[in-house]
Design a binder for this molecule. Structure first.
Ligand SMILES: C[S@@+](CC[C@H](N)C(=O)[O-])C[C@H]1O[C@@H](n2cnc3c(N)ncnc32)[C@H](O)[C@@H]1O
Length: 247
C-alpha cells in the first residue's frame, strides 16, 4: 500500500497547523482532514484523561493526538509487525525518532504489544480511543472491546472504517446491533462513534446511518480492486484520481 501524496494545508487552528506540519513529514495514511478530526476529539479529553491509540506505525497520528491534548496521557499500542507494509522493529525506531523530533516523546507511553494481547489485562478508564491497528475482522472485533473502558459520552474513532473489508464487517457485526456504540459521522474513511448514554441508547436512525455508508464502502473496495489490477483509468472514472488506496 503506497503512502498517499502530501496534500495542501487546510486553513484552521494555528496549533493544529504546526502539529500537522510535523505529522505530514511522517510516513502514514492519515489525511489532513482526518488528522483535524482526531485533533478536535483529543482537545475534548478532560484534564488527566487518557487517550489510547491502537496502531501507531511511525507516529503520524500519535503526534497529532499528543500535540492536541497536553492535558491528557497518550498510550500508543503497536507490536511493530514485520513485512513490507509496516516494516517491523525499524518502524519502532522511526516512531521514537519522530516523537523526539516533535518534542512529544515524554508525553507518550509506548506499549509494544498486540492490542488483543494487552486488552485482557487492561484496567484503566479511557477518555478517547483511536483504532487503527490490524484491519482483519477478528482483531477489529476484539479492538471494539476496548470501548468497555470508555464512559458514556466518550468518543471512538476508527480508521479505514469504510475502506477495508475486515473493519467494515466487524462494524456491521458488532456496532450495527449495539445499543452502546452510536455512529456519528466520518471524515473519508475515519469514522467517529460515541458511547451512548444508557438513558438514550442507539436508535434505529443511528443504525440506518451506518447502512447508508455501505454503497460508499463498496465503491472503495471496488477502487482498491481496480488499483491492484492497475486499471487506473477505470478508478478515475469512479472519481479516484491517485494511485493510493481511498482512505
Ligand atoms: C495503518 S498502521 C497505523 C497508522 C498510524 N495510525 C498512522 O497514523 O500513521 C497500522 C499499524 O497497526 C499495527 N498493528 C498490527 N497488528 C496490530 C495489533 N494486533 N495491535 C496493535 N497494532 C497492530 C502495525 O504494526 C501498524 O503499525
Amino acid at each position: 500500500m503506497p503512502t498517499p501524496p502530501q496534500q495542501p494545508a487546510m486553513p484552521g487552528h494555528p496549533e493544529f497547523q504546526t502539529a500537522f506540519g510535523q505529522a505530514r513529514e511522517i510516513g502514514g495514511w492519515l489525511t489532513e482532514a482526518q488528522a483535524r478530526a482526531l485533533w478536535d476529539e483529543a482537545r475534548q479529553v478532560p484534564d488527566g484523561g487518557l487517550i489510547v491509540e491502537i496502531g501507531s506505525h511511525q507516529g503520524r497520528s500519535t503526534v497529532v493526538l499528543a500535540a492536541a491534548a497536553p492535558q491528557a496521557k497518550v498510550v500508543a499500542v503497536d507490536p511493530f509487525v514485520g513485512g513490507a507494509m509496516f516494516g517491523g522493529l525499524a518502524t519502532r525506531e522511526k516512531f521514537l525518532a519522530n516523537l523526539v523530533r516533535a518534542e512529544l516523546v515524554e508525553r507518550v507511553d509506548l506499549r509494544q504489544a498486540k492490542s488483543t494481547e494487552l486488552r485482557p489485562s487492561w484496567t484503566e478508564p479511557i477518555s478517547f480511543l483511536y483504532i487503527d491497528g490490524k484491519h482483519d475482522y477478528w482483531t477489529l472485533s476484539d479492538d471494539l472491546r476496548w470501548t468497555e473502558f470508555l464512559p458514556e459520552g466518550a468518543r471512538v474513532c476508527i480508521h479505514d472504517a469504510y475502506s477495508s473489508i475486515g473493519v467494515t464487517l466487524g462494524l456491521l457485526r458488532h456496532v450495527l446491533p449495539s445499543r452502546r456504540l452510536r455512529y456519528l459521522d466520518r471524515t473519508g474513511s475515519l469514522a467517529r462513534f460515541e458511547i451512548a448514554a444508557a438513558a438514550a441508547p442507539v436508535s434505529a436512525a443511528d443504525r440506518l446511518r451506518i447502512l447508508a455508508e455501505l454503497p460508499w464502502w463498496l465503491r472503495n473496495v471496488g477502487i482498491k480492486v481496480l488499483l491492484r489490477l492497475r486499471l487506473y483509468p477505470l478508478a478515475r472514472l469512479a472519481g479516484h484520481h491517485d494511485r493510493a488506496d481511498p482512505y
